[in-house]
Design a protein around this ligand. Structure first.
Ligand code: MN
Length: 190
């Protein structure tokens, strides 16, 4: 049985309003958890962890498992009082190697999130050698399904921003940098 993750903070306002956070976590993510539990009951997927399900499943099981992993990583990378407000160490070195600067990386990440047609996710991802790339994924798809390691993600489904930013997806992506806790992100890259 999968359960809804508890958020490690009470609020991310004003970057994400309390109303959006409440619907996004308490309604959207809860629904993916409930759906997956129903869909895997009595199947070969019962008892597998999320990454195993994502690698093996298709259709509704893949979609709901993918959305749980995507949202768990999305919500857990934010903090109102960040312990680390910018990347450091090896992660920063790899970002600079790939993009030239942290600011250039941020610009490409925002541009790829903004340009993604329809619902989906923009991810910072790593391959087995640690090489970083930015991936655009439709709907519930994610780096795990493609043999890559998920590092950082922004949700570009309208439910993630519409109450606060309406159609201005790019404006929300720009604001999200203010709540990313790079201590969490760096742990994922280690
Ligand atoms: Mn979402």
């Amino acid at each position: 049985m999968f359960t809804l993750i508890e958020l490690p903070y009470a609020s991310l306002a004003p970057v994400i309003s309390d109303q959006t956070l409440s619907f996004h976590h308490g309604k959207h993510l809860q629904t993916y958890v409930d759906n997956l539990n129903k869909l895997i009951a009595g199947t070969e997927f019962e008892g597998l962890d999320l990454e195993e399900i994502i690698r093996k499943a298709s259709g509704g099981i893949f979609n709901n498992a993918g959305q749980i992993l995507n949202h768990e990583m999305y919500f857990s990378q934010f903090a109102p009082d960040r312990s680390l407000p910018a990347p450091t160490g090896n992660l920063l070195a790899q970002i600079v190697k790939q993009w030239g600067s942290f600011e250039a990386f941020q610009a490409e990440f925002e541009a790829k999130g903004t340009a993604l047609f329809g619902s989906g996710w923009v991810w910072l991802q790593a391959d087995a050698e640690g090489t970083l790339t930015i991936g655009q994924y439709a709907n519930a798809d994610n780096p795990v399904a493609h043999g890559l390691r998920p590092i950082l993600t922004f949700d570009v489904w309208e439910h993630a921003y519409y109450l606060d930013y309406q159609n201005r997806r790019a404006a929300q992506l720009k604001e999200l940098w203010k709540i990313v806790d790079w201590a969490v992100v760096e742990k994922r890259y280690q």
